[in-house]
Design a protein around this ligand. Structure first.
Ligand SMILES: *Cc1c(COP(=O)(O)O)cnc(C)c1O
Length: 391
């Protein structure tokens, strides 16, 4: 590969195991590398490019804002920030929004809010936050502590104290922990993404909410990956009828630009007061204009098309040779494969398709507007890559 790879390996901190592909441009659900090879994009930049790459409507919204006003700081009012907050609240029934720049930052903000709320309502000893084993909440020292996977904790001790981990799906274990620890909140992903694309049982989710509220603890729902139409509803929690006290989101919200958001329901709407929290870049006009454009298009008709596509791809892949199980919700899909996931991913790449990994599974997060024709092609490539080689 060109000198780009050499520069990157010499000068970029060595935190990423990159695939041997240097991408140069994209259009919709298609990407090209520097040799002109094209790929179907079944990862959308880890669930970020909601409407694919360089989507016309989105580009127009973003470039119009770019030529008007790029950055102001939060010392001043700007329209995209206010408009996005209004849209988020009107679409969800939540009451207030804080804007961050990433998923981890959104979760940090939610955790701080829960601690402050609990200190006031329950007492300062109620600082524990229960998260789930196999969860992923971010890479900062606090969100790493929230992440219920030991592999992420090694080498970075001491992490922020006050996090305990419940077994996902085991309501009794959750209740034990709530009895044992004075808690501020329970925090969970309705569909665990990095943990292996595992959708949590709806009854379990409702049970957790009830149990948390019985103890005066808040329910924080991390929709960083599963939110913004990904699962076929605007937010995944809607499907199980939850009414969370705090919702965090990021990845797909900006459609390709960095933005995180924390949504506060009635109870928590006024936890934060002036000076409690902040972010220089938070609510950036260009990122917010991108997010407004994304949210405007996630209407009921579009979400129905997401559900249809999800149904199609799931039906095609379930019981296909070499595919042991299909997990997740909507267009957030995990495939347990007979072959090693890494091998399937490499074969897909050779055949001109980019897919992701989550634990030992192949993970699919296609752009939500991927055309049916490309989806059918993607299914074919996947089936070929997953089929056991007969020799
Ligand atoms: C990706 C992810 C995060 C972290 O988001 P960053 O933008 O990488 O900080 C947090 N929670 C979930 C569920 C995620 O999938």
């Amino acid at each position: 590969m060109s000198e780009i790879k050499q520069w990157d390996e010499t000068y970029v901190a060595d935190t990423y195991a990159r695939f041997p592909v240097c991408l140069t441009k994209g259009s919709g659900a298609q990407l090209w590398d520097e040799d002109g090879k094209s790929y179907i994009d079944m990862g959308s930049g880890i669930g970020v490019s909601t409407f694919g790459i360089s989507d016309e409507v989105w580009v127009k919204a973003v470039t119009e804002q770019l030529t008007q006003l790029t950055h102001t700081s939060n010392l001043y009012y700007t329209k995209p920030c206010a408009e996005l907050a209004k849209m988020l609240c009107e679409k969800t029934g939540m009451k207030k929004v804080f804007f961050a720049n990433s998923g981890a930052e959104a979760n940090e903000c939610a955790i701080k809010a829960a601690r402050k709320y609990a200190a006031k309502t329950l007492g300062e000893d109620h600082f524990y936050i229960i998260t789930l084993e196999g969860s992923f909440h971010g890479r900062t020292i606090t969100t790493l502590a929230a992440t219920g996977q030991d592999v992420f904790h090694e080498q970075f001790q001491p992490l922020t104290p006050g996090f305990v981990y419940a077994k996902p799906g085991d309501l009794r274990h959750m209740e034990e922990l709530l009895d044992k620890y004075p808690c501020a909140a329970v925090m969970l992903e309705p569909v665990q993404g990095e943990g292996g694309v595992c959708a949590l049982d709806f009854d379990y989710l409702r049970g957790v909410q009830q149990a948390a509220h019985r103890h005066g603890a808040l329910l924080i729902v991390d929709e960083v990956q599963c939110g913004n139409g990904r699962t076929g509803t605007l937010y995944a929690y809607e499907q199980s009828g939850l009414s969370p006290d705090i919702v965090t989101t990021a990845k797909g919200l900006g459609g390709g630009l960095p933005i995180g958001a924390v949504l506060f329901a009635e109870k928590t709407a006024n936890v934060y007061t002036k000076g409690d929290h902040g972010s220089t870049f938070g609510g950036n006009p260009v990122c917010c204009a991108g997010a407004v454009s994304v949210l405007q298009r996630l209407d009921e008709a579009f979400l129905e098309s997401v559900r249809k596509k999800a149904e199609f791809i799931r039906k095609e892949l379930e019981n296909a040779p070499g595919i042991l199980s299909v997990s997740g919700l909507g267009l957030m899909i995990g495939l347990e494969t007979q072959k090693d996931a890494a091998q399937v991913i490499a074969e897909c790449r050779e055949q001109g398709m980019l897919v992701l990994k989550a634990k030992n599974k192949v993970r699919l997060l296609p752009p939500l507007n991927i055309p049916q024709e490309q989806l059918e092609k993607a299914v074919q490539v996947l089936k070929n890559a997953c089929a056991p080689t007969t020799m």
